[in-house]
Design a protein around this ligand. Structure first.
Ligand code: ADP
Length: 490
């Protein structure tokens, strides 16, 4: 219901990455697209939203920052002395974006995520604390602090500490969104200690969780959201709850699952400028032109009748890429080509290079992060491989479906919420239950068999492409949640 007279809802949104400034994975897509979607829905409803995003200022920023303006000098108290930094500001999609840089040697901002937990700790714990100082420096009292993952979770913790003693934050309520539970920010205790942040305690919290940034944030959060309804359920299970099941049970009433959306303008085969041939569900006959072009680029034989399997992924144990490595040689007698785009664990990078060497006329592996190539692969591919061990939401499968590339994926988390396997006449992809090669191979075999049935395959592609993966519905849920929290805060 429209209510233009209401004071704007002020939301401070924190994330470690956001497209187009930085993107390592799905969090970058999320933080790059959700704020604008929230604004658009709020505007449509006639309810003003004052949304501001604060990110760390990584050195590997993908846009030219020379036009950013200095917004504030920030000082964060430490147990001994202070840590200082500067916030810069720019505007993106009509939303103020702030970039927080820690001054001095402890900045450590050259990589978005470092393998050294201490380096990340010095960056992200400072960033989390400094984001609250930024709100004060701007004299802008947020109604909602929306923090994502461990990198921003200490802000939630600090907010809870400050609220009773610091009137500026008395009415601010917090939402912590969990995108990947096992990444909790472990190994950062010394830096937490440096900043005078003591361990926490809460019902159901195991002893080890008392001084992890993520768990500290979870304990303090007024609300916790997981990035899909199934993942919210899975947090309550031994298989996926990372030892925090009892804790999550104690927060059941304050735990939601909200499915991620994707930027449907960025990911649209009708208008995508990265791909040689635009197409839609009404002109599927053009899609193979993208395959022909890609096969040529990759130096694979120009056989567009042969199904092209595609994987675009972090090469990480989470993504089940070992199942691809072991299944493909076993399925060598079936017709397929495989294009993999990914980077990550050196061991997996070697294994995929070996796979290419073993199948030189069928497998191409690009060990890099390459957005342009990613668009081309989604457009060219027939079958998308995503055998994740766990998948909080997953965006790649949604993008793949939008491009008529049907996923073969494990029935976990957001994969199970976005892919329909049965009945066959409603199918948009293929799901398998167990994270083992036999289960994955079975699903892939059945996809390869169905690919031969042109009419049924195309019907599935059309269904997959016509699904609504936009943010609209989920943005509405976030806004409702913000409003509920704000009401509680008054
Ligand atoms: P996660 O966030 O766990 O890595 P998601 O499926 O949620 O997985 O999101 C992955 C995002 O990153 C998608 O937009 C996907 O296209 C992109 N991506 C993953 N690996 C690469 C790569 N090597 N090059 C380009 N884009 C990639």
């Amino acid at each position: 219901m429209a209510n233009g007279s209401q004071a704007p809802l002020k939301v401070l949104f924190l994330a470690s990455e956001a497209e187009p400034f930085y993107k390592v994975g799905g969090l970058g897509d999320y933080a790059g697209s959700l704020p604008a979607a929230l604004r658009a829905v709020a505007e449509k409803e006639g309810r003003p939203l004052d949304m501001r995003v604060a990110l760390p200022f990584h050195q590997s920023i993908a846009v030219d920052p020379s036009g950013f303006k200095k917004a504030a000098h920030l000082t964060v108290p430490k147990r001994r002395g202070t840590a200082k930094g500067i916030a810069f500001q720019t505007t993106f999609n009509n939303i103020p974006f702030y970039f927080i840089r820690r001054s001095g040697k402890a900045g450590g901002f050259e990589r978005i995520y470092s393998p050294d937990p201490l380096q990340d700790a010095r960056k992200y714990i400072f960033y989390s604390l400094a984001s609250l100082r930024l709100a004060e420096a701007l004299d802008w009292q947020p109604d909602i602090l929306h923090a994502n993952d461990w990198h921003a979770a200490v802000a939630v913790h600090q907010l809870k500490r400050l609220a009773p003693v610091h009137p500026f934050f008395r009415d601010t309520r917090s939402l912590l969104v969990v995108h990947n539970l096992p990444y909790m920010g472990g190994g950062t205790e010394d830096v937490l200690n440096e900043f005078g942040l003591p361990p926490v305690d809460a019902e159901g919290l195991p002893a080890w969780g008392r001084h992890f940034p993520l768990t500290m944030g979870l304990v303090a959060a007024d609300h916790i959201a997981a990035v899909s309804p199934s993942y919210a359920q899975e947090l309550l299970s031994d298989e996926f709850g990372s030892g925090l099941v009892k804790f999550f049970e104690s927060r059941r009433e304050r735990l939601s699952g909200i499915l991620n959306g994707i930027d449907t303008h960025l990911w649209d085969p009708r208008t995508d400028s990265h791909i040689p041939e635009n197409y839609s569900a009404d002109s599927l006959e053009r899609k193979p032109l993208n395959k022909a072009s890609l096969l040529q680029t990759l130096g694979l034989p120009p056989d567009t009748e042969r199904p092209l399997l595609v994987a675009i992924t972090r090469l990480d144990v989470q993504k089940g890429v070992d199942l691809i490595l072991s299944a493909m040689p076993a399925l060598k007698d079936l017709p397929w080509n495989l294009a993999v785009l990914g980077s990550g664990s050196p061991g997996y990078e070697r294994d995929f290079s070996d796979l290419q060497a073993a199948f030189p006329g069928r497998v191409r592996v690009s060990l890099e992060f390459n957005s342009h190539l990613a668009h081309q692969l989604y457009a060219a591919g027939d079958i998308f491989l995503m055998p994740s061990r766990y998948e909080p939401c997953g965006l790649s499968q949604m993008i793949a479906m939008r491009y008529g590339c049907l996923p073969v994926a494990r029935a976990v988390g957001g994969l199970r919420d976005t892919i329909q396997d049965v009945p066959a006449d409603a199918r948009t992809g293929y799901l398998f239950a167990d994270a083992d090669e036999a289960s994955f191979s079975r699903a892939l075999r059945s996809a390869l068999a169905d690919f031969g049935n042109r009419k049924a395959w195309q019907a599935a592609q059309v269904r997959a492409m016509r699904q609504d993966f936009s943010w609209e519905q989920s943005a509405r849920r976030y806004l409702d949640l913000y409003r509920e929290l704000r009401t509680e805060g008054k």
